[in-house]
Design a protein around this ligand. Structure first.
Ligand code: SAH
Length: 217
């Protein structure tokens, strides 16, 4: 498909999938405009790159629906000075949106092949404020803690204690919490050592498999 065609598809995606559903933050919408989704999907999915749903990226994993990426990012309220920890690099799409808005991004992925591919794509895009790690992200990334913002892009049965510990004072954590099929986007805010938890929209994410997530079956 020619480049011009992707550009108009991206423009339409921003208008009909994001703006129409109430995503208004100009910085966030611009982040979507500067990270074309077709770059993050495998060759055989490029024709559907701007569709309103998750898409397969190999290894049984998916790239999230654009609206969900926008919703979770807006729940985080990312500031340009923030250091953000992301669990579940996947295709690197959410990572790219975060890197456009934050100071520094730390992203952990369990599957080496996905981490490597995301790193290649993001380096080609010229993103130099991203740090990659292969491992179990349900235990966070203690070395660079605390983080102002933490996002989990896979589901957990309960909020991992390690992530709460690695969250900075006044920090925000967004992660889908619930059952294996259905969860609720959950926002945790840390204030004066206390945590406040807000349960938001229902959603359906793939599992985070690890010590403080789901057990491997
Ligand atoms: N944000 C990604 C979505 C990735 S899906 C995107 O839009 O492309 C969830 C990802 O979490 C998968 O890539 C999966 O391999 C990864 N994952 C599962 N368990 C994990 C764990 N314990 N630590 C880090 N990543 C994990």
């Amino acid at each position: 498909m020619i480049r011009g065609n992707f550009e108009s598809q991206l423009d339409r995606m921003v208008k009909s999938q994001l703006k129409k559903r109430g995503i208004e933050d100009t910085k966030l919408l611009n982040a979507f405009r500067s990270n074309p989704r077709h770059i993050f999907v495998p060759e055989n999915q490029k024709g559907d790159a701007y569709s309103d749903r998750p898409l397969p990226i190999g290894e049984g994993q998916t790239i999230s629906q654009p609206y969900i990426v926008a919703l979770m990012t807006s729940m985080l309220s990312v500031d340009s000075k923030d250091r953000v920890l992301e669990i579940g690099t996947g295709s690197g799409y959410q990572t790219a949106i975060l890197a456009s808005l934050a100071g520094e991004v730390y992203t952990v992925e369990r599957k080496r092949s996905l981490s490597k591919r995301a790193k290649n794509v993001l380096s080609e895009l010229g993103r130099d404020n991203i740090n990659y790690r292969v491992g179990d992200g349900t235990r966070g990334w203690a070395e660079y803690a605390p983080y102002e913002k933490i996002i989990g892009t896979g589901s957990v049965p309960e909020i991992p204690e390690s992530l709460v510990k690695q969250l900075a004072e006044n920090g925000r954590l967004v992660i889908p919490v619930g059952g294996e099929r259905q969860q609720r986007l959950t926002l945790l805010i840390k204030e004066e050592g206390e945590v406040e938890i807000q349960k938001k929209s229902y959603c359906s994410f793939l599992p985070l498999i690890g010590e403080e997530g789901w057990k491997e079956t």
